[in-house]
Every structure is written in C-alpha cells, then in structure tokens.
Write a protein that binds this ligand. Structure first.
Ligand code: UD1
Length: 368
C-alpha cells in the first residue's frame, strides 16, 4: 500500500479530539499526516491544553485566524489555507465536524481539486438538525455536498445524505471517532479525580455546559437557561465550566447574579472534563460532543436545544431533550426525570462507538 499524504484540518475545540486518533492511526499504517491548525480557537484553554492532553503533535501549519464574524473568520481560513494546500499537495484533505474551519477548508479544496488532484474526506458526515438557523447546519450540509468521501458516525446519517441526493457510493459508515479518544483517555482522566479536587461526591453533582448562540446570545434565552440550571442546582450541586462566548455574554448582559448558586469554572482541559463527566449524576448541555460522550459513559443527559443532529443518543443512548423553548420549569422537570432513570451500568453503545473508528477511517482512505 502506497503511503498517503493526508492534510488533516483542526480549527476549534471540538475538532481536536476527532483528529487525534486519525493522526495516530494514519501514522501506524505508514501514512504521512500533515496537521493544519486554522487557529479558529487560539487560547490555552480552548486549544493548547487539548494538544497537551491528547498528545497531539505540534501543527505543521498554523494559520492563526482567530475570532471574527462568520464571513471574516471563514474568509481568513480560506485565504490562509489555499497556499498551504497548493504547497503541500496532499492526496486527501480530511476535515472533521461542522465548524467554520471545516467548511472553509473543504471549499478551498474543491476549487483546487482538478488542478492538484486532491480529494476531500469528511469525518462526521451526514448529521442533520434540520435547523438552518444554526451555523453548524450550514457548514455540515455544504461540506458534505463537496466531499468525495463521507464518513458517518452512525447509520442514521445515511438516509439524510440519500435525501440530499448524495450518491451512496461516496458514503461509508465508520463509527464515532470521538469515542476513540474518550476510551483512549479515560484511564488517565480518572486519575485526575476532578470531582474530588472540587470537593464533590461521586454521582452527587451535575455538570452543565452552554454555548450555542441560540441559548446565550439574547438576554431572554440566557436568562431562561440559567434559571433552569439554578433550579437544578437547588437539588444537586451543579458545575458549569463557562465557554468564553457565554462568559462574554454574562458580562455584557450584567448577568453575574444569575450564576449564583452554580459552581462556575473556566473552560476545562479534555481530561479534566472527562474526569468530571465520569463522576456526574447528570449532564445538561447544548454541546453535540457531550451528548455522545454521556451516551458512551451511560450518564443521563438533558439536551438544552430545540432539536439534535445526534438522534441516536436519544434512541439508543442516555439523552433526552428539554422541553422547548427552554424554561426554568421545563429544564427542572427534564432533569428530575433523567435522574430517576439514573446511570446506565452495562455498556450499551451505538454500533461503531468502539474505539476503532479511526482505523476504519484510514482503511477507507486507503481503499477509495
Ligand atoms: C465554535 C463552533 C461551534 C463549536 C464551538 C466549540 C462555528 C460556527 N462554531 O463556536 O460549532 O461548538 O466552537 O467551542 O465554527 N474565544 C476565546 N478563545 C478562543 C476562541 C474563542 O476567548 O480560543 C471567544 C471569542 O471571544 C469569540 C467567542 O469565544 O468571539 C466565540 O468563538 P467562535 O470560534 O466564534 O465560536 P464558538 O462559539 O466557540
């Protein structure tokens, strides 16, 4: 098997755990991974700490784009990625997930496809929320449309792609690569004992995260979500690591008082977060990754969104949706029901969430 040159793109926090196992598997099979960090996330807590925790190699190319409006950020990734692509001439550009960097690099690549003979593989293809107000939904649909190889984390993604007219021979089920990282890091995460460090009793606390623009960008939405979390915290200590977007909005709306009674923390590193999750009685979140990680760990999860692009976590996992629109009473009721269900002891996870997705991804790249 000839060695493949793989340009692997990561930009924002949820990308780092998806590229780490792909890089490892590619190396193990004698390929040449080239890591491109767009710099969409740039500070220690949102980026560098993940490189340390996940044993990621230093990026071969750092595009340093930083924050900005969607147009500004997407355009800057495109401008910076084009010369890197032209210079490195990989066999494949591998993009993951649904952030602005994912779409920007896919778009640059498809325009240079004929000139450079490069192809695009999308890891985490086919997920759909059906909500076009979400920037991630736009990024997913457009990235899938221009990709040559669509690698899906769960079989429910396949009808979504078929409905959009994507030829089935481009689509392959490989399973969930996030779970590769979770299983790989779990023993080291446990050793950290983050709950103990915070003075929390195992299974005696809840963890929440909030960062979606729909939940944090208006005072009304943020007020309702935080009221729900405070109501849950009256029953059970609740830890809320604050995403920088959320921290910024709390300050902007003068909502510091709305955090009273919650244990707020800065964004956590990967292992610290997994350690905290693993000991939790309950998770409340608007993150996509946490819906999957809680299903893999058997921890009840309440999703604070109108819909989810990860319905398999509802049908086969431990996830449930909070009533929408979010209200204090709705969040509290969903949290109480979720707690009654309790943690799932026996491992029952969706197909392909087995720690071997990256190997299957590399095999598909080799065979396509
Ligand atoms: C992005 C992704 C989202 C993902 C999330 C995870 C898109 C459209 N959205 O949203 O899908 O779930 O990342 O975090 O790509 N900031 C920092 N430090 C950083 C990065 C950002 O302080 O390292 C602050 C900046 O003030 C910035 C804000 O966070 O304005 C939002 O960052 P941005 O990358 O625009 O979007 P996210 O909300 O993080």
């Amino acid at each position: 098997m000839a060695s493949l040159k793989l340009s692997i793109v990561a930009g924002a926090r949820p990308n780092f755990m998806k590229v780490a196992p792909v890089i490892r598997a590619a190396r193990a099979r004698g390929h040449e991974p080239i890591l491109v960090h767009t710099g969409q996330h740039y500070d220690d807590r949102m980026s560098d700490s993940f490189f340390r925790d996940l044993d990621l190699p230093a990026p071969d190319h750092h595009l340093g784009v930083g924050s900005g409006s969607h147009a500004d950020q997407t355009a800057r990734v495109m401008l910076a990625f084009e010369p890197v692509l032209a210079e490195t001439r990989p066999d494949w550009v591998v993009v993951v997930g649904d952030v602005n960097s994912t779409l920007a690099c896919a778009l640059v690549t498809v325009k240079l496809k004929t000139a450079l003979g490069v192809r695009i593989a999308h890891v985490e293809a086919g997920l759909r929320s059906g909500d076009w107000r979400m920037p991630e939904e736009i990024n997913r649909v457009l990235t899938d449309r221009v990709s040559d190889l669509l690698l899906t984390p769960s079989r429910d993604a396949h009808p979504n792609l078929a409905a959009e007219g994507i030829p089935g021979d481009r689509v392959r089920f490989v399973g969930n690569v996030m779970i590769d990282t979770l299983l790989h890091q779990l023993p080291r995460a446990r050793v950290l004992d983050e709950p103990g460090r915070l003075g929390l009793e195992r299974e005696g606390y809840a963890v929440a995260t909030l960062h979606r623009p729909s939940n944090v960008d208006t005072p009304e939405a943020l007020e309702a979500a935080l009221a729900g979390l405070r109501a849950v915290a009256a029953d059970l200590p609740l830890v809320l690591p604050l995403h920088p977007r959320t921290a910024k909005q709390v300050e902007r709306f003068g909502f510091e008082g709305h955090l009273e009674g919650l244990v707020t923390l800065p964004p956590l590193g990967y292992r610290a977060m997994v350690s905290l999750l693993e000991g939790a009685a309950l998770v409340l979140t608007d993150s996509g990754g946490l819906q999957e990680e809680t299903t893999a760990l058997g921890i009840p999860c309440v999703t604070l969104r109108e819909q989810t692009e990860r319905p398999i976590t509802l049908t086969e996992g431990t996830n449930r949706m909070a009533p929408w629109p979010l209200t204090e009473e709705g969040i509290l009721a969903a949290a109480r029901t979720a707690r009654q269900t309790g943690r799932r002891r026996a491992a029952r996870v969706p197909e392909g969430w087995d720690g071997k997705a990256a190997l299957r991804i590399v095999e598909e790249l080799e065979g396509s």
